[in-house]
Design a protein around this ligand. Structure first.
Ligand SMILES: Cc1ncc(C[n+]2csc(CCOP(=O)(O)OP(=O)(O)O)c2C)c(N)n1
Length: 348
């Protein structure tokens, strides 16, 4: 099995993944997919979950990248990086709880080297680069891995972050998950650049394109970039091409994408691809499939039960950590909410 240490490429770990590592990777991908589908299903049933950003189709890109990290490294994710979070050791229950309005996603287990997931697109990239530069000044050999979407490349924060990263050789790996759309805006209307990877060239460091449906390919290029950063050779931008799931539960991609396009995307699904590869290698069979399914069902049930307890803990937390000095209007909303809670009319 891929241990926590090995999964993050811990010290002395082989850089090449062994069949047992790939088994673990497949398990993590299947578990992430099951979680994503379960949260979506709860949302569709009107049960507790608010707006949710699914990640199905992006598991290989996210998990392959996280597997290339070492235990000392730091992860700067976005709202769409649930698969990366689960592979990074983030509690599944927190992922269930977050879209219910509980601020669980901003909590993190003490030992997890995790920045809160960015909702404002690209806003975490200057932080990621600054964090990496601080580590560099302290001679701490950690590497920062940050995710963002293709739409984030149009933000000023993206360009400021890349400029500084290139200038100071910051130990950063930036992974742009290119699903081709920023909500409904296609990449062709986002930039005149021929590729997103070439944006790195302008800032003086390499940009690499990779098939984001291929876990092995993603792992290989990210691992190389992580090693490069740790050796003081500076940042790398990696652009895995991934397929698109709906932007959020508030979105309907059939309004702006053809059936054929959506069908073609579905065919790129990274899960059957890795499953088939492992079966061909003799490292996966029906028994393992069944065992994995049973274990995932059990893990998700447990996480869901724990999430309910988190949600029950104190709904008032949704008002915490928003303002250092809350304005009057905000306090009025909080008071109205507390009144509703007392009178039993609180939203379920
Ligand atoms: C600074 C900022 N502007 C606008 C938004 C509204 N918004 C939410 S998601 C999104 C599109 C993001 O697209 P992309 O970066 O490609 O990531 P994806 O959602 O496709 O993973 C936009 C514009 C936001 N969250 N933050």
């Amino acid at each position: 099995m891929l241990t926590e240490e090995k999964m993050k490429g811990g010290k002395g770990a082989d850089t090449a993944l062994q069949p047992s590592d790939l088994e673990r990777a497949l398990y993590l991908m299947k578990r992430a997919r099951a979680l994503d589908e379960r949260v979506l299903s709860l949302q569709r049933q009107g049960k507790v979950i608010g707006t949710y950003a699914p990640f199905s189709g992006q598991e290989a890109a996210q998990i392959g990248a996280v597997m290339a990290m070492e235990s000392n490294d730091w992860l700067f994710p976005t709202y769409r990086d649930g698969a990366a979070l689960t592979a990074f050791g983030y509690p599944l229950s927190y992922l269930f709880a977050f879209p219910t309005g509980v601020d669980a996603r901003w909590k993190r287990p003490e030992k997890l080297h995790l920045w809160p997931p960015a909702i404002s697109i690209a806003s975490h990239l200057p932080h990621a680069v600054g964090f990496a530069m601080a580590a560099q000044f302290r001679h701490d050999p950690l590497v920062v891995l940050a995710f963002c979407g293709d739409g984030a490349t149009s933000e000023g924060d993206f360009h400021e972050a890349l400029n500084l990263a290139g200038l100071f050789h910051a130990p950063v790996v930036l992974v742009i998950e290119n699903n081709g759309y920023a909500i409904s805006l296609p990449r062709s209307r986002q930039t005149a650049s021929a590729t997103l990877a070439q944006k790195a060239e302008a800032y003086g460091f390499p940009g690499v394109q990779v098939d984001g449906h291929d876990l092995l390919a993603v792992y290989t290029v990210v691992r190389r970039a992580v090693e490069r950063a740790r050796q003081g050779e500076g940042p790398t931008l990696i652009k895995p091409e991934v397929s698109l799931c709906p932007h959020t539960t508030a979105d309907d991609p059939t309004k702006y994408r053809s059936k054929e396009e959506l069908e073609a995307e579905r065919k790129k699904d990274p899960l059957p691809r890795l499953t088939q590869y492992l079966r061909e290698q003799g490292a996966w069979d029906d028994t393992k499939e069944q065992q994995a399914t049973d274990r995932i069902v059990e893990e998700l049930h447990r996480a869901e039960r724990e999430a309910v307890k988190l949600a029950e803990a104190d709904p008032r937390v949704i008002f915490d950590n928003v303002y250092a000095h809350p304005p009057k209007t905000f306090l009025a909303q909080r008071n109205a909410f507390l009144r509703e809670l007392r009178e039993g009319g609180a939203p379920s």
